[in-house]
Design a protein. Structure first.
Length: 578
């Protein structure tokens, strides 16, 4: 899409967006010719985000901080090996044989390919490239809207700072990119209706097989349709006898086509019913952190709070001009983000371009009043981010130049170079997962019913599958409510914990040191503590002929025995091994 200056901010609704864009757009500065081989602002954005991730910032391990990545990888590799989706649960002993929807299978396939090619380094690199691409797409979208370059860069940095809470190697990252594409196509169609907006239909068909966030597309189209229709009605549609407004018919048809396209998945409408049922579960609302409301005491949420307040003021300005589409979109996603922290990144991706555009319009009002500081700032921004004398723009031409490719190659070699350093190499972080215990205890964990946390269950699946089957893991949409309730009862050491241990016939328990159940098991005669590394404890049930002595027992197998245990037993089925 070619870039339009701020003066071209107009819509099919007529005066709404035209009123929003009476200010001058980016200027063409004579004599400022830029060689085409020089990297654009978009190129530098991609390279900077990738460099910050792997060279100077959070590092690859932060992208692997969620254990769900492990089973996503295994599903993808299974697809590569068999060419078929799993029909029943392959990962647990509690739900073995039960039908399972691997509904993010297309993203799983991508993760499986990256892992097969280069292990967890490949997974981290692919995720980092996607994050960099999202930041670049956000910047380019803002420049296309006519946003001042410096405002666009600041807004992109603000969004990146807030969304780091969910920078993970999981399928939801694709939803972020697809949402930006959706917004761009809708806004472009509002300005100048073309057939391009119908690209949202195949996008919906792909999205539904990548991540459950595909519902963001029909929701955004529906809200956008209402907003643009209100604008058309507000600015004379009723007087001209155009009822319903043309936008309602156009976007209504688009909405119906997109919803129909989401049926193009292996489970058709059954997937939609499954997702609706899952989202109504009391369990996820009470116990799954990412489904709970934001905690504004966290630093990243303070920036989110600022964005909320500024967006509310920007919506007021837009509504005063008679512009409804973007205020309604921002309001809808603000509501979603306040009810579930997992929607905060989606709100930022929707609200920040709108907020940046409003700030740019405010700056142009100052320029018209003769503010020399704003005039200078606008001219510099036009030179480096807007329309230049060679006619090239940061929102025009090829998506990426040569610099992002160089950045990807450098990131690849950085990851390979760091693979020998446990502190920074691409692996599941040891402070969150029982890596040391798994290294030491593989022969004691495989082929047994082991009680552990859902996240640790994910990790053990990745490390030990198929010789390890979980009691429960991170697939919170899959397990029966009774299993989830029993898991919570065991985690809290509730009154029926002994009966639950017997019901599921656990032979071992790999527990965090802060679990209440760990303290209870230390006092039992029929359970013996055999491993303690300061983070993870392994208890084994004592047989009738080998009753332990009364009272708490000292571990007989510690982290110092890793070498001996590895010599005595197999090393598991870690799929990243050659």
């Amino acid at each position: 899409m070619s870039m339009e200056p701020a003066s071209a901010l107009r819509a099919t609704s007529g005066a709404a967006t035209a009123n929003a864009a009476t200010a001058e757009g980016p200027r063409v500065r004579p004599g400022v010719a830029t060689p085409r081989w020089l990297p654009s602002i978009s190129d530098w954005t991609f390279a900077a985000v990738l460099g910050w991730l792997f060279a100077a910032g959070v590092g690859a391990q932060s992208l692997l901080a969620d254990g769900d990545t492990g089973w996503h990888i295994l599903v993808g590799e299974s697809l590569l090996d068999t060419g078929r989706l799993p029909q029943t649960d392959p990962f647990s002993f509690t739900m073995a044989g039960v039908e399972w929807y691997a509904w993010e299978w297309l993203a799983d396939l991508a993760l499986g390919i990256a892992h097969r090619l280069n292990g967890l380094e490949g997974v981290a690199l692919m995720t980092g490239a996607l994050i960099a691409a999202i930041a670049t797409l956000l910047l380019r979208f803002q420049l296309w809207l006519g946003v001042n370059l410096f405002v666009a860069i600041g807004a992109t940095m603000l969004t990146s700072g807030v969304t780091t809470i969910h920078w993970l190697a999981r399928p939801h990252m694709v939803t972020w990119a697809f949402l930006l594409v959706t917004l761009w196509l809708l806004e472009a169609d509002r300005r100048s209706p073309t057939r391009k907006v119908w690209l949202l239909v195949p996008l919906a068909a792909v999205w539904v097989n990548v991540h459950g966030g595909f519902m963001a597309l029909p929701i955004s189209v529906a809200v956008f349709a209402v907003g643009v229709s209100l604008e058309q009605y507000w600015f004379g549609g009723a007087e001209k006898g155009r009822l319903p407004p043309p936008a309602l018919l156009r976007y209504g048809g688009l909405l119906a086509a997109c919803v129909a396209a989401t049926l193009a998945n292996p489970w058709t409408y059954h997937l939609h019913l499954h997702i609706v049922q899952y989202l109504q579960s009391d369990f996820i609302l009470k116990y799954i952190q990412e489904f709970q409301s934001p905690n504004f005491q966290k630093e990243s949420m303070r920036f989110f709070e600022i964005a909320l307040l500024l967006s509310a003021m920007a919506c007021g300005r837009a509504l005063f001009r008679g512009e409804f589409a973007w205020p309604l979109l921002v309001g809808a996603w603000a509501h979603a983000s306040l009810t579930s922290v997992r929607h905060v990144p989606l709100f930022m991706l929707v609200a920040v371009p709108f907020l940046a555009r409003e700030l740019t319009l405010w700056m142009h009002e100052g320029i018209r009043r003769g503010n020399t500081w704003l005039v200078t700032l606008d001219e510099i921004a036009a030179d480096y981010g807007g329309t230049r004398s060679d006619g090239r723009s940061s929102a025009q031409g090829l998506a990426l130049g040569w610099l992002p490719l160089v950045a990807l190659v450098v990131a690849f070699f950085v990851l390979q170079h760091r693979s020998a350093d446990p502190a920074v190499r691409a692996e599941f972080p040891g402070e969150r997962f029982p890596a040391e215990a798994c290294d030491a205890l593989q022969s004691r964990l495989v082929g047994r019913r082991v009680l552990t946390t859902d996240q640790w269950g994910d990790y053990l699946i990745y490390r030990l599958y198929p010789r390890y089957k979980a009691f429960i893991d991170g697939r919170s949409d899959f397990y029966r409510p009774q299993i989830r309730d029993d898991y919570l009862a065991l985690m809290g050491g509730q009154w029926n914990w002994e009966e639950l241990l017997a019901r599921y016939d656990f032979q071992a328990a790999l527990l965090p040191v802060d679990w209440s159940l760990a303290s209870l098991l230390k006092k039992q005669n029929d359970w013996r503590l055999i491993y303690d590394d300061g983070s993870a404890l392994l208890f084994e049930r004592v047989g009738a002929s080998t009753q332990a002595a009364e009272g708490p027992q000292e571990p007989v197998f510690t982290a110092q025995d890793v070498a001996l245990e590895q010599a005595e037993g197999p090393q598991g089925n870690r799929l990243s091994a050659p």
